[in-house]
Ligand binder design. Structure first.
Ligand code: HDD
Length: 762
């Protein structure tokens, strides 16, 4: 820091902006901090914080770097210019008639700068506006050409570059990450056969069965149109009004009220293509399929109280988590798998595979692994990449095809259409992040912001003047699966689509007791925010068709009687599925252990600095992210430790676990009043922020380790030392003075399990 301060004296050209200096030619005013820093071999960001990276993501070895290099801009050591490349002498003052006079109309530099600024914003996505993305690659495990001719799956070890964007659905672009919502999981594969976009979600089913209903669904869940509230939340009347009148939503509501809707991290959630798709091989044989992404870090969620508090503590919680994991070299990974089944098998299922409110239980059709996805590079520029990336459910490659799912069929239209207004015209595919690695050759021409310089006089086909080029690819090109169809043109749905409850029951019956309690609590929260009693009643009436226990639990929370069940829309019997353990969040603990988990070490004057360093090093060694927390950042009085984060900026929600290291005996009771015994020491029960921190860690079921006198802080916080049923709390580890290795191992074991849900009494 000192070195930087010497090289960057305080704004030395500042005085030249004032008074007579303005009348002298602008000689010698060049600001050169960038070049100075370049010689010092460092950048401001690196110096500011080595822990969060330098803001210049590693370029990695992604082939996409080739095309993106063309548009990368590096300003280091460069002079400031206008958009016409003219060097700008003074970027501080507009051109005036006299120092106190009006601004001259001719100030093209000011006008260009302000005009560009005035147009910086583009419309946000109509849904999924809030998102974060990263680059990476997909690697096929094997030659899967028996089931698909998609080349990215045709060879073991074949790598295809990808860009992946995660998102929430309802919130606006600046909304918080941890709201209760579905998460988008959109993957753009830049394959050598062209771009394939698998535009999925972290939940395998959807709210509605037909694209015709999508605008209604979204209008219902978005902020209410008269007052623009609430932001990024489904807990309001219009959503539940729509939901209570649309029983096909029931299965999705079970997922939406489960902890799936509040993931701990984008890195810790599954992804699904949702619809039934088709795989087609080179011989033209086709199987239906469902796509699954399974995270190596396991499926883990926040708890609701924590998620709600996180919206204030760090609205960028998921964005930051993804960014930091990649910067730290802990690259998030998922496995891509498929469930495949023939049309004949599909005809035997007790549900219609074209109905996007239904999943195919893994017990019925196992998931077959195809390859892995690794995200290893952060974007260079949020707007250029994350904001301008255009996913489209219609972007498929030979070997991947659609089913007749009526929701999917509508999506094939919607995505291209929306990009035309969002990205300002039909040439959005030329924005570098959207451009395929496969070359584009066709006779589409012109339009707003066209970039390609198509050569020659021919822009039609067939032609003789260009030798027939570009020519049709025939068998090498995309061919639709020739599904034989004869049917009447109707508006309607198959009878099986009217089974609205069997899979909602399947989901409910497959949840652990903890998960069921969380679902009940989430319904209670959502419906408590609903102001219209009739809507609450209708929702309850629907839940009776799922499970009496669910309806009763929610009704109790609302002080209501359980109403009679909502009438069924079909005479078909409700199918009885055996429970599927794959539907429980706990079925996928993951394989990454404590890696990337954040651990706070609570330090105060008198702390055992040697022990702190030892714990810190051991946690780092295991791949966790330890940080020293205290009342204030900077040197900790009486020690050579540096507090990195204060309680004010790093509240409990930001940590997966916490440790209170040993410290000098901090207080003794004198006349029943605690008195500090450490010079400069604090009184434990006056460490209000630390006490609150521990209480919330406990309440959010997170592991705590207290060593030696550190335990006194746990006592001061008044935490229950045993579980409600009297059993030992495996996540509350209190160890004797001097004993730190064994307890740390137990703490790390508890961290791997993430939470002690057994603490919960509600
Ligand atoms: Fe959609 C964006 C996923 C149904 C219309 N959708 C969007 C994104 C995801 C999904 C992940 C964000 C992509 C990104 O990061 O840029 N959508 C789904 C899934 C659905 C679904 C999994 C059902 C299974 N969507 C759906 C329907 C329609 C749309 C039925 C319209 C008929 N979706 C859109 C859209 C968006 C979009 C309006 C907004 C921004 C965009 O496309 O690029 O076209």
């Amino acid at each position: 820091d000192e070195q930087l301060a010497v090289e960057m004296p305080f704004n030395e050209t500042k005085p030249l902006e004032y008074g007579e200096a303005a009348f002298t030619p602008h000689v010698g005013e060049t600001r050169t901090p960038a070049s100075q820093l370049a010689t010092a071999g460092t950048s401001t960001e690196t110096v500011a914080s080595p822990k969060v990276g330098d803001g210049h993501p590693d370029l990695g070895d992604n082939p996409l770097d080739g095309p993106l290099d063309r548009v990368r801009v590096d300003d280091s050591g460069r002079e400031l210019t206008t958009n016409q490349g003219v060097k700008v002498a003074d970027n501080q003052d507009s051109l005036k008639i006299g120092l106190r006079g009006p601004t001259a109309m001719e100030d093209f530099i000011l006008r260009e700068k302000i005009t560009h600024f005035d147009h910086e914003r583009i419309p946000e996505r109509v849904v999924h506006a809030r998102g974060s993305a990263a680059h990476g690659y997909f690697e096929s495990y094997a030659d899967h050409s028996a089931i698909t001719r998609a080349s990215l799956l045709g060879e073991a070890g074949k790598r295809t570059p990808v860009f992946v964007r995660f998102s929430t659905v309802a919130g606006e672009r600046g909304s918080a990450d941890t709201v209760r919502d579905v998460r988008g999981f959109a993957v753009k594969f830049y394959t050598d056969q062209g771009n394939w976009d698998l535009v999925g979600n972290n939940i395998p089913v959807f709210f509605i069965q037909d694209a015709m209903k999508f605008p209604d669904l979204i209008h219902a869940v978005k902020p209410e149109p008269h007052n623009g509230m609430p932001q990024a939340a489904s807990a309001h009347d219009t959503f539940w009004d729509f939901a209570s009148l649309s029983p096909e939503i029931t299965h999705m509501l079970m997922w939406h009220t489960s902890d799936r809707a509040i993931p701990r991290s984008y890195r810790m959630m599954q992804g699904f293509g949702v619809h039934t798709f088709r795989l087609v091989n080179a011989q033209g044989a086709s199987l239906f399929c469902k796509f699954h992404w399974t995270p190596m870090a396991g499926t883990h969620s926040l708890v609701w109280d924590e998620a709600a508090r996180l919206t204030g503590a760090d609205p960028d919680y998921h964005r930051r988590d993804l960014w930091e994991a990649i910067e730290a070299g802990q690259f998030p990974e998922w496995e891509l798998g498929v469930q495949t089944f023939s049309a004949e098998q599909a005809a035997q299922f007790p549900f219609d595979v074209l109905d996007p409110t239904k999943l195919v239980p893994e017990e019925m059709v196992p998931v077959r692994p195809l390859g892995k996805l690794v995200l290893d590079r952060n974007p260079d520029n949020f707007f250029a990449e994350t904001e301008q990336v255009a996913f489209c459910a219609a972007h498929v490659v030979p070997g991947i095809d659609f089913s007749d799912d009526p929701l999917l069929q509508g999506r094939i239209h919607s995505y291209i259409d929306t990009q035309i207004s969002r990205l300002g015209g039909a040439n959005f595919h030329e924005i570098p992040i959207n451009t395929p690695l496969a070359q584009i050759h066709n006779n589409q021409r012109d339009g707003m912001h066209r970039q390609s310089l198509n050569r020659g006089r021919v822009s039609y086909e067939p032609n003789s003047l260009a030798g027939g080029c570009p020519f049709q690819a025939g068998a090498a090109g995309f061919t639709s699966f020739p599904e034989p169809l004869t049917a009447a043109k109707v508006r309607g749905k198959p009878e099986l689509f009217a089974d609205h409850y069997s899979q909602a029951r399947l989901f409910w019956n497959s949840q652990t007791a903890v998960e069921q309690n969380h679902i009940i609590a989430a319904f209670r929260f959502e419906l408590t925010r609903v102001q219209t009693p009739a809507i609450r009643r209708r929702v309850l009436a629907g839940l009776v068709n799922v499970a009496q226990k669910l309806a009763q639990g929610v009704a109790d929370g609302l002080g209501m009687e359980v109403p009679p069940p909502l009438p069924l829309a079909t005479d078909l019997p409700i199918h009885n599925y055996p429970p599927s353990s794959a539907l429980s969040l706990f079925s996928r603990p993951g394989t990454t252990g404590i890696k990337t988990l954040r651990v706070a070490l609570l330090v105060a004057p008198g702390v055992d600095a040697g022990q702190v360093r030892q714990l810190y090093a051991a946690l780092l060694d295991g791949g966790a992210v330890p940080r020293l927390m205290g009342e204030r950042v900077g040197p900790l009085p009486g020690s050579d430790l540096d507090v990195e984060i204060s309680f004010e900026t790093g509240p409990s929600m930001l940590w997966d676990g916490a440790i209170v290291p040993d410290r000098a005996d901090a207080y003794t009771l004198v006349d029943d009043e605690p008195q500090s015994t450490t010079p400069g020491g604090t009184l434990l029960n006056r460490e209000v922020a630390a006490v609150e921190f521990l209480r919330l860690q406990y309440r959010h079921d997170k592991p705590l380790l207290a060593l030696g006198n550190g335990a006194k802080l746990v006592y001061a916080a008044g935490l229950p030392l045993a579980l409600p049923d009297g059993e030992i709390d495996p996540g509350l580890i209190i160890a004797e003075r001097g004993d730190s290795d064994g307890p740390l191992a137990r703490f790390e074991g508890a961290l791997v399990h993430r939470r002690v849900y057994a603490r919960e009494t509600d």
